[in-house]
Design a binder for this molecule. Structure first.
Ligand SMILES: *Cc1c(COP(=O)(O)O)cnc(C)c1O
Length: 388
């Protein structure tokens, strides 16, 4: 039975304060609801924070990933690779373009793309004339992939590199921020409520390449331009616009952007909170029969999720017992290739054993910036009871 003397603790939760609310009300009362100044202001703030030169705010990371593929020229019969331990959006974006998808297995330690598996798969694909056009990596749980090594490989084989950085905003890699695009062509952020900051629904597409940015903005806005420089022939006057590509309406509204800009000013604080909670879990759970997240990058991870792997206990049973105790553990992710849609494309159990193995034993325990010490103690105590 669920005991009713306390509220269940969710695995993740946004934090919206009075300043955020005021920022949205300000747009509602005083400004354009869309295509006003709030979106460019948010974009500029994202550039400033991540170090990327260009940012385009969109209505979700899913839209952003689609636009990233379009901007990189992904078409029918092209090949795109990603990792199986992600949300389905990381792979669906290629399918929206009619491209074929394939996966590279993960490193069990970092839970990010395995550089060794990537190296082998690229060499094999090169020998068989089957290289992908784009590789999409995921900074799983907010820990950056080894972008230096990954980009050395993709550059060697002429493969474009996209970062699905939905988990990564606020995290660091080497001297830069996740999202800087120092080692990639494009990075995509998500502002869904469980992510580092929220705009309710929303995302952003970052790049350091002007030509790509032009394409990203075109595809996110109907394929339409008002820039005479980009037009075919001459502009017919100040009212004139041209559709150059088959684009989409993936714009972010000013309401969402105002919320995003206000949230962004608190991002570093959120990340510090997450890092402190993660450090406390690392200590408190060290003696339980679990595999904890890799410790060495504690300071660099955005700690979007804190994931444990059970080593002696059955996952379903553990999940249910924790929920009975009001601990809202979750599971990330059902390997993408095992969803019925992807199995219909030919993938099957056994294709990517590391991701499958991780999924079998993984539990995401509650972690969010406003989590109190009391709440964390309840999680730790429940884990001690259930795993005793
Ligand atoms: C959340 C998430 C997405 C999708 O983000 P939306 O903004 O909800 O579209 C894509 N990839 C990963 C890895 C995610 O976690």
């Amino acid at each position: 039975m669920v005991t009713s003397n306390f509220k269940p603790i969710p695995y993740g939760k946004h934090h919206v304060d009075d300043n955020d609310i005021a920022a949205v009300i300000d747009v509602l009362q005083n400004q354009f609801l869309t295509q006003g100044s709030a979106v460019p202001e948010f974009e500029a703030a994202l550039q400033d924070y991540t170090g990327a030169q260009y940012a385009t705010a969109v209505n979700s990371a899913t839209s952003g990933l689609h636009v990233a593929c379009l901007a990189l020229g992904v078409e029918q019969n092209d090949l795109v690779w990603t990792v199986p331990n992600s949300f389905v959006a990381s792979a669906n974006c290629a399918r929206y373009c009619g491209a074929k998808i394939d996966f590279v297995d993960i490193d069990p330690l970092t839970r990010n793309i395995s550089v060794t598996a990537l190296e082998e798969k690229l060499a094999y694909a090169s020998a068989h004339n089957a290289l992908p056009k784009v590789l999409i990596v995921v900074h799983f749980s907010g820990l950056s992939c080894d972008m230096k090594e990954v980009s050395t490989l993709t550059q060697k084989y002429g493969v474009k590199l996209v970062e699905d950085a939905a988990h990564g905003l606020g995290g660091r890699y080497l001297k830069g921020k996740i999202g800087s695009c120092e080692f990639s062509d494009i990075a995509v952020l998500s502002f869904h409520p469980v992510k580092s900051i929220t705009t309710a629904e929303g995302g952003a597409v970052l790049t350091n390449q002007k030509q790509l940015d032009t394409k990203i903005k075109l595809f996110a806005k109907h394929g339409v331009t008002r820039d005479p420089e980009l037009m075919e022939g001459d502009s017919e006057g100040p009212w004139y616009y041209q559709q150059l590509e088959l684009g989409y309406n993936y714009r972010m509204s000013d309401l969402h952007a105002a919320l995003g800009k206000s949230q962004l000013s608190k991002l570093d604080h959120f990340i510090t909170q997450r890092q402190q909670l993660a450090a406390r879990y690392n200590q408190a759970l060290a003696d339980l029969p679990l595999r904890l997240p890799q410790h060495s990058n504690l300071k660099d991870s955005a700690w979007h999720l804190y994931m444990i792997e059970l080593t002696q206990h059955e996952r379903k049973q553990t999940y249910l017992r924790l929920h009975e105790k009001g601990i809202g553990v979750n599971v990330h992710y059902i390997p993408v290739h095992l969803h019925p849609y992807y199995q219909r494309l030919g993938f099957k159990l056994g294709d990517f054993p590391n991701a499958e193995q991780f999924y079998q034993n993984a539990l995401t325990v509650p972690l969010f910036p406003t989590m109190t010490a009391d709440e964390q103690d309840r999680v730790i105590q429940a884990l001690n009871e259930v795993l005793a």
